[in-house]
Design a protein around this ligand. Structure first.
Ligand SMILES: [Zn+2]
Length: 229
């Protein structure tokens, strides 16, 4: 196997591309929340699976829908520097007109704790149980949607703005970071970390049931980036 994930991402070992929007555009609504099921028991690895309407991205001219979100405690990718970030959130997409056998596009957002961070959640928990207030508990008997999330809230902010930064990323071809490690994942990892207030890291920890896989060799792959030096 030679195209495994995660990897280390650095400005000096990546190439800036001229037309990043031809590769990826993220169309997550800034404030809209989406319902789904959060299966909080250990065997499911804490995946939030979107149930109804799904936000979209366009990758190489093809529309993909967000189907799953989960959180790793300690990031898998390492962006600049040598240490992992505190958390990494993964947004898993499949083609709108496709099935589970199609290649996936995964967006990764790294997080660090920061005293100055705005409260992410407002009145909502990060993955909020519908009709409850303490994030990430699970009603195992529910057959319909049990939780809601606002995917855009997980993204880093544009500087001096409350708008999400969807346009600063690294891109490479890699794999799932858990079994069966299939090499059919196009990865986009956001350049900037998002911040979480220390008061809210408990909510993140409660929702993060994915361990972090160690770094894998880059081998002969290229890493592209959407931004300048
Ligand atoms: Zn993951």
């Amino acid at each position: 196997m030679s195209s495994q994930s995660p990897i280390k991402l650095k400005i000096e070992s990546s190439i800036e591309i001229a037309q990043p929007h031809d590769l990826l555009t993220i169309h997550y609504p800034a404030t809209q929340s989406f319902v789904g099921k959060f299966d909080g028991n250990a065997s499911s690895h804490g995946n939030f699976e979107l149930g109804g309407t799904k936000p979209k991205i366009v990758y190489r001219g093809r529309k993909y829908k967000l189907v799953k979100i989960h959180i790793h405690e300690l990031s898998e990718h390492v962006v600049e520097g040598d240490s992992p970030s505190q958390f990494e959130v993964h947004f898993v997409h499949i083609p709108v007109h496709g099935d589970g056998s199609d290649p996936k596009v995964v967006l990764g957002v790294l997080y660090k704790e920061c005293e100055q961070a705005d409260r992410l959640c407002g009145d909502e928990a990060i993955i909020a149980p519908l009709g409850h207030e303490d994030g990430c508990s699970t009603d195992k008997d529910a057959s319909g949607p049990t939780h809601s999330v606002t995917p855009a809230r997980f993204f880093p902010r544009l500087s001096d703005s409350s708008e999400p930064d969807f346009d600063s990323w690294y891109y490479y071809e890699g794999s799932l970071t858990s079994y069966p490690y299939s090499e059919d994942v196009s990865w986009f990892v956001m350049k900037n970390e998002a911040v979480v207030h220390p008061d809210e890291t408990r909510a993140f920890k409660r929702c993060s049931q994915q361990h972090a896989r160690g770094l894998q060799p880059l081998e002969r792959r290229l890493v592209l980036r959407s931004f300048g030096e």
